[in-house]
Design a protein around this ligand. Structure first.
Ligand code: FCB
Length: 470
């Protein structure tokens, strides 16, 4: 609250809910869809906790009408979802699957009829398996396959969609898919694979932006990196140095090429030391990546607190949990954490936004993801009392408002997630939704946090959390 009145957001601010295709759709064999790398990965024993897969998920592909009504009932004016590439080009290339294409067309129309802006992600990790069989993102040819798929989507939906995102979280794709083996396609300790894939994802982004301009579609386009502000664990020079170094790995490796047309020299040299030559970066690639974007999507979950760890491979640092973190998920004045153990640091979001504005000019920014794991289920009266998520939303929106007051051009916020869903390697155990999903019956129940978020969207202002749900 400022001066007793709620914190207002700019007129036209987008209040959104976010999902992605593989995490909610299910219906993996419907309408000609063929497997993606996530079908393969989740069906490989031992990869996903509890043996969970996206086969059914929230059954959203079949229940989409009901879900659009649910979205509208929350009074939001934006919905971020991703298109499943394997529904449009089941083998990653021609022939086109018209039934898949028509599905998203109907979804877009239904959203627009209810006053909800579609925010469309083209790539949220479900690469057609047929392309992985040819080397996946390691293979430069995948960039051209992605561009064909993107062109098809621009042609089909460009008359109606005004917010496009090319690639979701390129850093996570490399880190978890090539270094830690925790996400599809599941490679481990493959630093060369990681950095090759980063480059091809960035190139895919730049090429898609070029095609978007050429298509004459209205609206705007950007990408959605996950960014983490970095802080040293101590004042020592060594901790400060690795803080900057890791920032190069996580943040600057993606922002510098897109907004400056260069890779950060320090991280380039670190990669060269580990993998030798980065000769997959060809002349002209950086100019291709360096396309003006209409907006920048940022996925924000937490900060990274860094400690030097000389000799650690491939990078000489460690991410540490601050000493005063409360792992109970409570709010006790120190740094609390979610049930997933993620430190909750809303103020770092303000820092991040001001920094991106200062260092990279001022592209309009949309928070494309932000959310937390809390497991509350319906009580005997059917109500889901997830007060901690209410508090989480309140505190992050206050941080966002702070950034607005400091002149950061923010255009929207999409909460992750509309509903509980398939949380990748962690399966269904971790619940991020504003809407609870009962995985036995697939019933959806709006949580207290969902009602709270609806009040915020209706007021276009941060209403106090204490007032409870309407
Ligand atoms: C992000 C992903 C999203 C979801 C959230 C919790 O890394 O983009 O799909 O899993 O984390």
């Amino acid at each position: 609250m400022t001066g007793g009145s709620p914190m207002k957001f700019p007129e036209g601010f987008l209040w959104g809910l976010a999902t992605s295709a593989y995490q909610i759709e299910g219906a993996v064999d419907a309408d000609g869809r063929r497997p993606s790398i996530w079908d393969t990965y989740s069906h490989t024993p031992g990869k996903v906790d509890n043996g969970d897969t996206g086969d059914v998920a929230c059954d959203h592909y079949r229940r989409w009408r009901e879900d659009v009504d649910l979205i509208a009932s929350l009074g939001v004016n934006a919905y971020r979802f991703s298109i499943a590439w394997p529904r449009i080009y089941p083998t990653g290339r021609e022939p086109l699957e018209r039934r898949g294409l028509d599905h998203y067309s109907r979804l877009i129309d239904a959203l627009l009829e209810r006053g909800v802006e579609p925010v469309v992600t083209l790539y949220h990790w479900d690469l057609p398996q047929a392309l992985e069989d040819e080397g996946g993102w390691r293979n430069r040819d995948t960039v051209e396959r992605f561009v064909e798929y993107a062109q098809t989507c621009f042609d089909a939906y460009g008359d109606r969609v005004r917010w496009w995102l090319t690639i979701n979280e390129p850093w996570i794709i490399g880190l978890l898919g090539y270094l830690h083996g925790l996400h599809a396609p599941g490679y481990k300790n493959d630093v060369l694979g990681e950095v090759t894939v980063f480059h091809h994802l960035l190139l895919a982004h730049g090429r898609a932006v070029q095609e978007f301009r050429a298509s004459g579609a209205g609206g705007g386009i950007g990408f959605a990196p996950n960014l983490s502000p970095h802080y040293p664990a101590s004042d020592s020079d060594a901790d400060r140095e690795v803080t900057w170094a890791s920032d190069g790995y996580v943040n600057r490796w993606f922002l510098d090429p897109v907004y400056r047309g260069t890779y950060p020299q320090d991280q380039w040299e670190r990669y060269e030391q580990v993998v030798g030559s980065l000769d997959f970066v060809r002349d002209g690639d950086l100019a291709t990546i360096h396309q003006p974007t209409d907006f920048l999507g940022i996925n924000y979950y937490s900060f990274r607190m860094m400690q030097a760890a000389p000799g650690d491979r491939p990078w000489p640092w460690r991410v540490v949990v601050p000493e005063d973190v409360e792992t109970t998920g409570g709010f006790t004045g120190g740094v609390a954490s979610t049930e997933a153990g993620t430190p909750i640091v809303p103020w770092a979001l303000t820092d991040l936004l001001v920094r991106v504005r200062n260092d990279y000019g001022a592209p309009p920014i949309m928070i494309t993801e932000n959310g937390a794991v809390y497991e509350e289920a319906p009580g005997p009266d059917g109500r889901v009392r997830d007060e901690r998520r209410v508090r989480f939303i309140h505190d992050h929106l206050a941080a966002l408002h702070d950034a607005l007051e400091q002149g950061v051009p923010l255009v929207g916020y999409c909460h992750w997630s509309l509903m509980d869903n398939f949380e990748w390697k962690l399966g269904y155990a971790q619940r991020f939704g504003l809407v609870h999903v009962d995985y036995e019956t697939l019933a959806r129940t709006v949580k207290d946090s969902g009602r709270y978020y609806a009040r915020i969207a209706a007021a276009n202002a941060l209403v106090p959390a204490e007032a409870g749900p309407a």
